[in-house]
Ligand binder design. Structure first.
Ligand code: CS2
Ligand code: MG
Length: 403
């Protein structure tokens, strides 16, 4: 069997997506997500200029050998651009292999480990009252797990709050927008937010929160301790994770579970965090952490230390990634939760898919492969529009901070 062609499809149905399509001499093709929010074209070039020429003529069944070839053969290892490109190839090849085997991808990985995939939804509000209403609306829709993010009094824009009833989409056009930040205001506000949310929603709903890399370890310890009475499912990205050891200072001060990893792109980014049990959930994804092949390795390492998966699933990960992730989630033994930030109808129209949401759970389809395709004609109607993620500055002196 041979790879005969591969092409990158860039489209922007409400936001930018990068998709790789690999075709073979057996008429079967596979699709992979290569979207890196705010740096999309870097991955396009990496694929078109450096990876695709090496793929033509190779046997697409040799998933592992191609993974090793692209990882070691680049010499310059790891990084979000490299690993997203490798991920797109890997996902497309798993899609092809499952189609050739005439089975849904989860069967090829090892079969079903659960009846469905528990997801968490995004409840966002400009203030506590609006956020509580949104949490209750999600509870009504059957969500078992709900993330709550709210505006912070005295700050003009914070992560996770769209300010309208539109879906929250952080990337905006032309040049990065600038947000202001005050840790003091955030730490004063957040415990009260979760007191109100827990009071309203009752004890059974899993509540999550994304700190989005903005605290120092000791501040994160403070927040985790303050949130303990509200029993969160997890506190996410409490502090930047380049220094994995820093998480021990959070662990010293709080039992609030910790999730990290959506910006990780390889097992090396989380090896210490997992082995030292400094986290409870690993958020690495199919699209940014080297595809199914590498994500399985991360999940297996995590399972040894009772760390569970909690894959990132924001709208800047395409429906192709969501489809592949749901097959992974259906199989992986140490599953925790899957993030589900629904794509708009416009976005979904470009990506025919067979996964579905039902009362707090998602279900991958039974069609061969990962169950997601791309409608290239429709995609062509949505040309790429450069967009950046915002940057953050400290409100009192303009210091560039973590967004
Ligand atoms: C967030 C993301 O969903 C999350 O947990 O951290 O929305 C993140 O801000 C975006 O994926 C960045 O592109
Ligand atoms: Mg996050």
């Amino acid at each position: 069997m041979k790879i005969t062609a591969a092409r990158v499809i860039v489209c922007s149905p409400g936001r930018n997506f990068v998709t790789l399509k690999i075709e073979t001499d057996q008429g079967v093709y596979g699709v992979g997500d290569a979207t890196l929010n705010g740096r999309e074209l870097a991955v396009v070039s990496y694929l078109e200029d450096h990876v695709i020429p090496c793929l033509i003529g190779r046997d697409p069944q040799q998933i592992e050998d191609i993974w090793q070839y692209l990882y070691k053969g680049a010499y310059w290892r790891r990084g979000p651009v490299t690993m997203s490109a490798i991920a797109a190839v890997d996902t497309a090849l798993w899609d092809i292999k499952a189609k050739m085997a005439n089975m849904p991808l989860y069967q090829l990985l090892g079969g079903r480990s659960r009846t469905g995939v528990m997801v968490y939804g995004h409840a966002n509000g400009r203030d506590t009252a609006e956020t509580v209403d949104e949490v209750l609306r999600h509870k009504e829709e059957g969500y078992l797990a709900i993330r709550a993010q709210s505006g912070v009094p005295g700050l003009n824009k914070v992560y996770g709050v769209s300010g309208t009833n539109r879906l929250y989409e952080p990337a905006d056009g032309n040049l990065p927008s600038e947000h202001d930040w005050s840790t003091e205001k955030y730490l004063r506000h957040t415990p009260g937010l979760f007191e109100a949310v827990r009071e309203a929603v009752g004890p059974d709903i899993h509540l999550l929160h994304d700190v989005h890399h903005r605290l120092t370890p000791i501040e994160a310890g403070q927040l985790g301790k303050a949130l303990e009475p509200m029993r969160l499912f997890w506190m996410e990205d409490p502090t930047p994770a380049e220094n994995q050891d820093a998480f021990q200072w959070i662990r010293h001060h709080t039992t609030t579970p910790i999730a990290v990893g959506e910006i990780f792109n390889s097992i090396w980014d989380c090896k210490a965090l997992i082995e030292k049990q400094l986290i409870d959930y690993i958020r690495t994804t199919v699209v940014h952490a080297g595809g199914i092949t590498h994500l399985r390795r991360i999940a297996d390492l995590a399972s040894i230390y009772q760390v569970r998966t909690g894959c990132h699933g924001a709208t800047d990960l395409s429906p192709v990634c969501m489809g592949a992730a749901l097959h992974f989630d259906t199989w992986v033994p140490n599953f925790g939760v899957q993030e589900f930030m629904p794509h708009s109808e416009e976005m979904l129209s470009v990506f025919p898919h067979d996964y579905r949401f039902e009362r707090g759970m998602m279900h991958c389809g039974e069609s061969p492969g990962h169950g997601v395709d791309i409608d290239e004609k429709l995609a062509a109607k949505y040309p790429y529009q450069r967009a950046y993620l915002p940057v953050n500055r400290l409100q009192h002196d303009g210091t560039l901070w973590n967004w």
